[in-house]
Design a protein around this ligand. Structure first.
Ligand SMILES: [Zn+2]
Ligand SMILES: [Zn+2]
Length: 340
């Protein structure tokens, strides 16, 4: 039997092990993907540290997958071998719960399947995925370019395009990291007047290079006051994981402004009720998107030149890539590559 290499976690909080396994066969409705690249996401900690309730081991993490279909299970329509595809956070759904029957697969209440959590993900040379989770990769996007867009990309692109903000509206991106550096690019390319907010002045040149029209140093300035000076934000895309940093920008929302929470903050947010109700302001979260949202993200990125800034690691250095990403030092995404 042909073998593949897999970087997997044996049990919660244990180190990675690189093993050889048989290359799996796709069952009905599934495809096998020959993986070319897989992004390393902060949510891989769900697998590595055992934070996801009921997760079973051993498990290969990874939900930012880019590769090529190399085998089809029975009954798969619409896809052929050789097509370049990606798989992201949305890796399967039940098909019968209320959310699924409304076509809202990513909020599936019964069996949302996440690659690398519910089944083995992209820290491997091959994987199996349900055909309904595939996103087509445009020709002019490399696998390394495509991989981080399958989670970090769609997670910022999709809430922005569904936010109700229109070209010329003031949109702020809070935090310049793996998500934020993509959020700034998407906001600018969508035609929003784009503001980047981060601590300290050192990230301003990069923020402007990514397309930000303005920069607010939240250490030296009050970000809420600065946003109001610019007219008040229609949207603040909060990519930080700090509740206080999110609370500090709420006062900068304009009428009908929305704080969109993408970062999993440990601390609660501090919210004043009256400004919310008087200005019809709101706070909401957004859970990335389904496979077609990912495909739209890839297509928009190819069309407009949005790219993730990546540090590349071969699969056998998955442990190092994971630690680097968790340390917060990655500039800005870590991506594993597979040598076939
Ligand atoms: Zn992710
Ligand atoms: Zn469902």
């Amino acid at each position: 039997m042909a073998k593949m290499r897999v970087a997997r976690v044996i049990a919660a909080k244990q180190s990675f092990e690189l093993v050889e396994r048989e290359i799996p066969q796709p069952a009905a409705g599934q495809v096998r993907i020959k993986i070319e690249a897989c992004g390393v996401c902060h949510s891989d900690a769900m697998t590595k540290e055992g934070l996801w309730p009921g997760i079973e081991y051993p498990r290969a993490p990874g939900h930012e997958i880019a590769g090529v279909i190399d085998a089809l299970g029975n009954g798969v329509g619409g896809w052929t071998t050789g097509q370049r595809v990606g798989v992201g956070w949305h890796g399967g759904h039940c098909g019968y719960c209320d959310s699924c029957r409304r076509g809202d697969f990513v909020t599936c209440q019964i069996a949302l399947q996440i690659p690398g959590i519910g089944y083995d993900g992209g820290y491997a040379e091959y994987m199996i995925a349900p055909a309904g989770t595939l996103a087509r990769i445009p020709d002019d996007l490399s696998a390394i370019d495509a991989a981080p867009l399958m989670c970090a990309g769609v997670t910022t692109f999709n809430p922005l395009r569904n936010s109700g903000a229109r070209p010329g509206d003031l949109v702020a991106v809070l935090g310049i990291g793996g998500l934020g550096h993509l959020g700034i690019q998407f906001a600018a390319k969508m035609g929003f007047k784009t503001v980047a907010i981060a601590r300290g002045g050192d990230k301003e040149p990069l923020a402007r290079k990514l397309g930000a029209n303005s920069y607010i140093d939240s250490k030296a300035q009050d970000p809420a006051k600065e946003l109001l000076k610019l007219g008040g934000a229609k949207v603040v895309l909060a990519t930080v994981t700090n509740g206080d940093a999110m609370s500090a920008v709420l006062g900068g929302l304009g009428v009908n402004g929305k704080l969109i929470v993408l970062g999993a903050a440990a601390e609660p947010l501090q919210v004043q009720g009256i400004p919310l109700l008087m200005g019809r302001r709101s706070i909401l979260g957004w859970p990335s998107g389904s496979s077609i949202d990912s495909q739209d993200t890839l297509a928009f990125s190819a069309q407009t030149g949005v790219r993730s800034m990546n540090e590349i690691f071969p699969l056998e250095r998955a442990a190092e890539a994971y630690d680097h990403m968790m340390s917060g030092k990655a500039r800005f995404r870590a991506v594993l590559t597979m040598a076939h």
